[in-house]
Design a protein around this ligand. Structure first.
Ligand code: SAM
Length: 339
């Protein structure tokens, strides 16, 4: 039975780290399981955590409520693949009703959106980020190991029909796999009001060597796009906490952004915490330090006590990642953190 958490409508922001960053955004991994096996994300024979190690539905809601009581106002559901989590619509409905949560989004590969976009939108999901690295069906199958690109297009259409907007498309640029497609992906913004974001490949654990050899820096991606499609201009009114500064090609409906975690880290404006599917608070995507929330919750430690410990843990959020010093996160792959 979940403990009850009280939180007033606009809780004060209590998650402020030692550098004065206000942490108002929580990314919640619903599961480490995925229905694809992207080559840069996890091995094909990935072993997933047993069910009992993952947060139950009630535990997810209790922890998000606890975090909302500390000032979290934006939640993104991710994974693994969040849509494969049983009861995902009910989880969305309950999070959407938590006082203080003003923005509820999801990152997904879109494969299951044809059946889920409408119920998710009705349950209170505001928008989705969809991962799409290539427009070529054969390459898509290769990169994802068994994915069907037609299903992603159907998922994108379903998301738009359900009003899950603005639609953001995330493409991880990987040398030798899709770096020759960045122009075609960018061209999509000419007649669609999508935000296409090119992400630099990051190294994690056993997949780190691949990431280090295949990373393509944003500057190169940008130059490739501008060489064919012309210069892009910065879009005014950008939220400085958003890692992707948006640009627009002349006459384009949509925007183009670059998430340059490697070449231009945006740690100074980071407002994020991550909750892994096994109930650990991860303070930085690219550092292994975590704070266990699920164990004390299961042990019946009072919510207020756990909240105080979270405030303390968040205070110690590291300034930034250690990749320039050769510190590669080892404890988890991206699907186990929640990308
Ligand atoms: N399954 C969902 C999806 O495909 O969007 C959500 C989880 S997935 C781990 C979230 C995002 O992380 C995806 O856009 C994926 O491409 C990205 N990603 C995975 N491994 C990555 C890596 N090593 N570096 C950069 N991005 C990565």
């Amino acid at each position: 039975m979940a403990q009850s958490v009280s939180s007033s409508h606009q809780p004060a922001i209590r998650l402020i780290d030692q550098f004065g960053r206000r942490l108002t955004y929580l990314r919640v991994s619903l599961t480490d399981v995925c229905n694809l096996r992207c080559i840069y994300c996890m091995p094909e024979d990935m072993t997933f955590r047993p069910r009992h190690e993952l947060m139950s539905d009630d535990e997810i809601i209790t922890i998000v409520r606890m975090m909302a009581g500390l000032g979290i106002n934006k939640v993104r559901l991710t994974g693994g693949e969040p849509t494969v989590r049983p009861h995902v619509v009910e989880i969305v409905r309950q999070i959407a009703h938590i006082p203080g949560i003003r923005d509820l989004a999801m990152t997904t590969n879109a494969i299951l959106l044809p059946q889920l976009a409408e119920p998710l939108a009705r349950a209170g999901l505001n928008r989705v980020n969809i991962s799409l690295d290539t427009l070529n069906p054969k390459k898509f199958r290769f990169i994802t190991r068994w994915g069907d690109l037609d299903k992603v297009w159907a998922g994108i259409e379903a998301a738009e029909a359900a009003g899950l907007k603005p639609l953001k498309i995330n493409a991880v640029v990987t040398r030798g796999f899709n770096d020759d497609e960045v122009v075609d992906l960018a061209r999509l913004t000419l007649d669609r009001d999508w935000d296409i974001r090119f992400i630099e490949l990051m190294p994690f654990g056993s997949e780190a060597d691949f990431a280090q050899t295949a990373v393509v820096r944003s500057q190169e991606t940008r130059e490739r796009i501008e060489a064919v499609l012309g210069p892009m201009q910065p879009v005014p009114g950008h939220d400085p906490r958003d890692p992707a500064r948006p640009y627009r090609l002349a006459g384009a409906r949509g925007t183009i952004g670059f998430i340059s975690s490697i070449s231009e880290p945006f740690c100074g404006s980071c407002n994020r915490l991550r909750l892994t599917a096994d109930g650990k608070l991860r303070l930085c995507l690219l550092r292994d330090g975590e704070f266990d929330i699920l164990t004390p919750l299961r042990a019946g430690v009072p919510i207020e006590e756990i909240q105080e410990a979270i405030v303390d843990a968040a205070y110690h959020k590291p300034w930034g990642h250690g990749l320039p010093d050769g510190l590669v996160p080892q404890s988890r792959l991206m699907n186990q953190i929640g990308g």
